[in-house]
Design a protein around this ligand. Structure first.
Ligand code: FES
Length: 635
């Protein structure tokens, strides 16, 4: 039997692509954005074309809620199963949909789901690295005040440049940038107070009028899958002058590395889209940091960039397709030094960009930077670095042997794929106290709760487990409900999607909604922490290291300013070490990038460290699956 036109329009699977043009209007905070798309285009793709950012944490698989939209007007197809699972009847009745699952079938007006307030987003920035530096600052940037004279005698065979070169000790052989040569004639004849010549590793990168020797700056960038952190340092003193951070804008193309890689796989244009978003954000960060510090962007001469292999390749415009396919080989692993114009990072026109070496497809330059900051590569005792991010990395070893592996934790520990998850921003629940008869939540900056961040998730599940309100397998228990104090018992709710534990009621929350930890959230946490813990266990097994042999475990990552170590051990995210053997070091990758910024010898050392690391590919180990399944259990 054939379908009527109405039935056809109502069934997203039988919409004829391209047969008609639909106008989709997006009502955003910045005003209306309209786009005409072929009928059958997903609302998410329409948003991308209209340059409206919508997060896609699960990579359009219909398994998260980050791409949620509200349909203000116009017809849309009936909800899909994924819509029902993620949104529930109430939201569906209010015309909420998942934009990745909803096709445009008629002109419509859409409001992208307002992101949970991230105005106060605080991505953890590292402590300044200056104190950790070995030896004096030697960034490779040198500024000299010189007093060259313009050529005066026609018979003298010379040039402006040669006259400048004579005044610089290291001048012989120095290669000037074209932009320096362009301003040389005028500056040389106008420079009664002298000229400041700036060299980077012996090459002339800048020329200024007068004494500007105090103005030498550099930046360190850590490009994470979810967040980007950057700092601006004075290269003469090592002082950190500004620190900026924010969400990686590529998140609209998927929350984890594989989603990003598959978005741009074998598609140059899409790679350019990812890269464009990243470079725009980085250029903005350069301007913002320069403004914060009150310096001129032209005086930024060195930028060290670290990030996982995928981010590193995207930053450089290198195809990531093969990083996502076995054997997951990066295009190259060596460190690079290139003029910023080649990237381009146009907001730092006189800088050289330095990238650090890579170990493998999923163990990148950020791991090398974290190692540099931890110094575990030169220790007698066995130490570990556990860097928790969307993709976690674990390194174990000492001065004799170092092994590394990656753990695809996913974004749960950063608040992604959690029904009311959020990053460590103002209003995030980051800890709870489970009293005899009720629960008290703690939020960042004591603001009304609007969601749960990674450290909160760890603490909540651990405390629920303590009271046996969650079993070892992660199941929320309802059965002895009546025996619980009434206030606590009432917190167990049955949402449409799954059972849950209500932490904050709609009347007390900052979002006007109940803040509920669902059974599915606990499952996501188990998968994330199981990935990290099994990676630690695997390295311990390969290296024959017992828990008691680990002298110090450096826990790195930006999933919260506070982490309850007891809780992290209780949920089996970390091995059961005494607390004084675990050190939370915040963003160690960023700190390592700063060390490489301040010291060329530290930067050069990264290649030696990288060459010593043995990469353990977990998926190829027979016993890994078993370890992972066990590691998903709680204590
Ligand atoms: Fe659409 Fe996750 S449900 S991106």
């Amino acid at each position: 039997m054939g379908l009527t036109t109405d039935q056809r329009n109502a069934d997203p699977d039988v919409v004829e692509l391209g047969s008609e043009t639909i106008c989709v209007s997006f009502q955003t905070r910045d005003g209306m954005a309209e786009v005409n798309v072929p009928k059958g285009t997903s609302i998410l793709d329409a948003a991308l074309q209209a340059k409206v950012d919508i997060e896609t944490t699960c990579g359009k698989r219909g398994t998260c809620r980050s791409c949620r939209i509200k349909v203000l007007s116009g017809q849309v197809p009936p909800e899909t199963q994924q819509d029902r699972q993620q949104l529930g009847t109430e939201e569906l009745q209010e015309r909420f949909r998942l934009s990745c699952q909803t096709k445009a079938i008629a002109d419509c007006t859409i409001v992208p789901s307002p992101p949970k307030s991230e105005a106060g987003l605080k991505v953890l920035n590292a402590e300044p690295a200056r104190d950790k530096l070995r030896g004096a600052i030697s960034s490779g940037v040198e500024k000299h005040l010189v007093h060259p004279k313009p050529p005066v005698d026609e018979n003298e065979e010379t040039s402006d440049l040669e006259e400048v070169m004579k005044t610089i000790e290291t001048g012989a052989g120095a290669r000037p940038k074209l932009s320096v040569l362009r301003k040389l004639p005028e500056l040389l004849r106008d420079g009664k107070d002298g000229l400041t010549v700036t060299l980077f590793n012996g090459d002339i990168v800048d020329l200024e009028k007068g004494d500007r020797t105090d103005h030498a700056y550099g930046m360190a960038f850590d490009i994470g899958t979810t967040t980007i952190a950057a700092s601006l340092l004075n290269l003469n003193t090592g002082e950190q002058l500004a620190s900026v951070s924010g969400v990686n804008p590529q998140a609209v193309h998927g929350g984890d590395l594989m989603s990003r890689i598959s978005f741009a796989q074998f598609d140059e244009k899409k790679l350019a889209v990812l890269r464009g978003k990243l470079l725009t954000a980085m250029n903005d960060f350069i301007s913002e940091a320069a403004e914060q510090a009150g310096i001129e962007r032209g005086n930024i001469y060195k930028i060290v960039v670290v990030g996982n292999t995928c981010m590193h390749h995207v930053f450089l415009g290198i195809d990531t397709s093969h990083v996502g396919l076995a054997p997951y080989a990066p295009a190259f692993r060596d460190p690079l030094v290139i003029p910023s114009g080649e990237v381009p990072l146009k907001n730092a026109p006189n800088a050289h960009v330095c990238t650090l070496p890579i170990i493998a497809g999923f163990v990148g330059a950020d791991t090398i930077a974290a190692l540099l900051a931890s110094r575990i590569y030169e220790n007698d005792t066995i130490q570990a670095v556990v860097d928790i991010g969307t993709n976690g990395e674990v390194v174990l070893g000492n001065k004799d042997r170092l092994m590394a592996c990656s753990a695809p934790a996913g974004p749960a520990l950063e608040g992604g794929e959690i029904s009311q998850g959020m990053r460590a921003a103002v209003g995030a629940i980051d800890a709870i106290e489970l009293q005899d008869d009720d629960v008290v939540v703690r939020t960042i900056e004591n603001a009304p709760a609007i969601g749960i961040c990674g450290s909160g998730l760890i603490d909540i599940v651990s405390k629920l487990r303590d009271r046996e309100l969650v079993n070892k397998r992660g199941r929320l228990l309802h059965k002895d409900f009546e025996q619980l104090p009434k206030t606590l018992g009432q917190r167990f709710v049955q949402t449409e999607k799954s059972r849950g534990f209500c932490l904050v009621s709609d009347t007390d929350s900052g979002s006007g909604q109940d803040i509920v930890l669902t059974q599915a959230d606990i499952r996501q946490l188990q998968l994330a922490k199981g990935a990290i813990y099994s990676a630690i266990l695997m390295l311990q097994r390969v290296m024959e290291v017992r828990d008691e042999d680990i002298d110090t475990l450096y826990l790195a990552g930006g999933f919260g300013n506070f982490i309850n170590l007891d809780s992290a051990i209780k949920i089996r995210l970390l091995p059961p070490l005494d607390h004084d053997r675990i050190s939370y070091v915040g963003n160690a990758a960023q700190q390592g990038a700063e060390l490489a910024l301040l010291s060329e010898s530290e930067r050069e050392n990264t290649a030696k460290i990288a060459a010593r690391i043995e990469h353990v590919a977990l998926a190829t180990r027979m016993e890994f699956q078993e370890l992972f399944v066990d590691a998903c259990d709680l204590q």
